[in-house]
Write a protein that binds this ligand. Structure first.
Ligand code: AMP
Length: 138
């Protein structure tokens, strides 16, 4: 499947009650929701998702944060989904996120940054299949 990206509304944004507003923002930006669920990841699940960051100094804190409460992974569809979605969410560090982006509006810190977005088409497909079977993607 092309033109998809994988997002996760992260535990900080879910805990603060921003899930609905963020989904509205995403749909308003022209994305279709092809799959969505709320889950509470354990260490193995969060560690597997962020496996590429295993050697980074922030890995353990990242896993603790991502397992701290429920989060909402979603598969989104749009032309140019990966690049356009990274524009919609803004820079990883909310202090650098452009005005009106999701991280500018809802994120507190580089770690508790409200939302994830895939960084390539290849990773979007890998990440979508990490959370959803083909039958769950509409
Ligand atoms: P990415 O795969 O680029 O989305 O990075 C994964 C997540 O790791 C980011 O969204 C942040 O939540 C976190 N992260 C990235 N860089 C740092 C950092 N320098 N310190 C703490 N957390 C970070």
């Amino acid at each position: 499947m092309s033109n998809i990206t994988l997002t996760i509304i992260k535990p900080d944004a879910v805990a603060k009650g921003h899930t609905g507003k963020i989904i509205d923002h995403i749909i308003g930006a022209g994305f279709k929701v092809r799959a969505m669920k709320m889950i509470h990841m354990n260490d193995r699940e969060a560690g597997g998702f962020y496996d590429v960051h295993r050697e980074r100094p922030f890995f353990n804190d990242l896993v603790s944060f991502m397992t701290s409460g429920p989060c909402v992974p979603m598969v989104l569809e749009k032309d140019n989904a990966v690049t356009d979605f990274r524009g919609v969410i803004g820079a990883t560090n909310p202090k650098e996120a452009a005005e009106g982006t999701i991280r500018n509006l809802y994120a507190d810190s580089i770690e508790a940054n409200a939302i994830h977005g895939s960084d390539s088409d290849e990773n979007a497909r890998r990440e979508a299949s990490y959370f959803f079977s083909e039958l769950e993607i509409f």
